[in-house]
Design a binder for this molecule. Structure first.
Ligand SMILES: Cc1cc2nc3c(=O)[nH]c(=O)nc-3n(C[C@H](O)[C@H](O)[C@H](O)COP(=O)(O)OP(=O)(O)OC[C@H]3O[C@@H](n4cnc5c(N)ncnc54)[C@H](O)[C@@H]3O)c2cc1C
Length: 321
């Protein structure tokens, strides 16, 4: 780090953080990005639906982003922010950020882009194959498993919706009821009409061969051959830094069920704490990479506008004095 105080410290260097850094550096702000280096899509082999960079490996896309932001003077360092605090009110706003290894940096504004954690259902073997053959997002992976035998693991009320969704990519979809109660007659009719098979019984684990997922093992011992398994992860905002500033994550509902938590912001990413913005998955759980990047840009514009207002107020006060 070249200095002790920056115009903006960005916590998290994924798509949202780096996009914010690029715009702020281009706006001639001093910017420091502190990144723990664990972007959510790291297990995936490629990023899809990112216009202009379709099918780029996630690490490569971020490396390009880091180089672009650094090219305009943004500093990017590895590290994990433990907490942040608002500095006592002076004539201008300020914050102190402390990293887990004890570094302390001050900033006029904060942009927090720490993403979310995907909490997987507790079925043995799921975590090891997450992002490879254990999937959640049809837009991220559907095309890659098109026409293959796909399983959908039911763990909540959205399972039927998921099965009908993935049916768009394959006519060989099996819904494993696992731990959910029996389906309604209407749901059975919808699944049957679309040719989705339904299998009763708890799922005990995953079958693999040559480091490939090959099937779903039921508690009864029966194995149903599959090549991909869709699960409903719980999306938990990585909100610790925002919480240290007094913000609280809230539950996100979809279809009458809680799918995770997020920290609310206004449309520009402004949180309820003046001077603190958030963007990307920490505040919008369903945001894709291009949306996270767009949100980082939106927040950067708002942060710069806020700094311009403060610069002007301070200049007027100095002029009058
Ligand atoms: C398996 C999988 C595949 C996916 N595939 C696609 C796809 O093909 N296309 C697509 O558009 N989307 C895809 N997504 C979604 C995509 O991952 C997210 O949209 C995107 O990562 C959100 O960007 P972000 O910047 O908000 O968060 P992230 O990319 O998760 O970045 C957050 C960064 O902040 C860092 N961080 C967290 N806490 C701290 C801290 N305290 N201090 C410092 N740094 C911290 C993290 O280490 C991380 O580097 C996929 C998701 C998954 C799980």
């Amino acid at each position: 780090m070249k200095r002790q105080r920056y115009d903006v410290v960005i916590v998290g260097g994924g798509a949202a953080g780096l996009s914010g850094a690029l715009a702020l550096a281009r706006a001639r702000r001093s910017v420091l990005v502190i990144d723990a280096g664990e972007p959510r899509n790291a297990p995936a082999s490629h990023v899809h639906n990112y216009l202009g960079r379709e099918s780029t490996p996630p690490g490569e896309l971020l490396a390009i982003g880091r180089s672009e932001a650094a090219g305009y003077g943004a500093e990017i360092v590895a590290g994990r922010v433990a907490s942040a605090e608002r500095l006592p009110d002076a004539e201008a706003q300020g914050f102190r950020v402390v990293t887990e290894d004890g570094r302390s940096i001050e900033a006029r504004r904060l942009l927090v882009t720490t993403g979310l954690v995907d909490e997987l259902p507790p079925v043995p073997g799921l975590a090891e194959r997450w992002g490879r053959e254990v999937l959640h997002c049809p837009y991220c992976h559907g095309h890659e498993v098109a026409d293959r035998p796909i399983g959908v693991l039911a763990t909540g009320p959205l399972a039927v919706h998921q099965a009908l969704m993935w049916r768009q990519w394959s006519d060989d979809v099996t819904l494993f009821l696992h731990t959910v109660p029996a389906l309604s007659a209407e749901e059975h009719e919808e699944l049957a009409a679309r040719g989705v098979a339904v299998v009763d019984g708890e799922v005990a684990g995953l079958e693999t061969a040559d480091d490939r997922f090959t099937g779903v093992r039921l508690a009864s011992g029966r194995v149903v051959p599959r090549e991909a398994l869709v699960v409903q992860a719980r999306f938990t905002a990585r909100s610790a830094v925002l919480e240290s500033l007094g913000l609280k994550p809230v539950a996100q509902e979809m279809g009458g069920t809680v799918i995770g938590t997020y920290v609310p912001t206004d449309p520009t990413g402004a949180t309820e704490v003046p001077g603190v913005w958030a963007a990307g998955n920490v505040t919008r759980l369903t945001e894709q990479v291009i949306g996270a990047a767009a949100a980082g840009l939106m927040a950067a514009g708002a942060v710069n506008g806020d700094l311009i207002a403060e610069d002007t107020r301070l200049a007027v006060a100095a002029r009058r004095a």
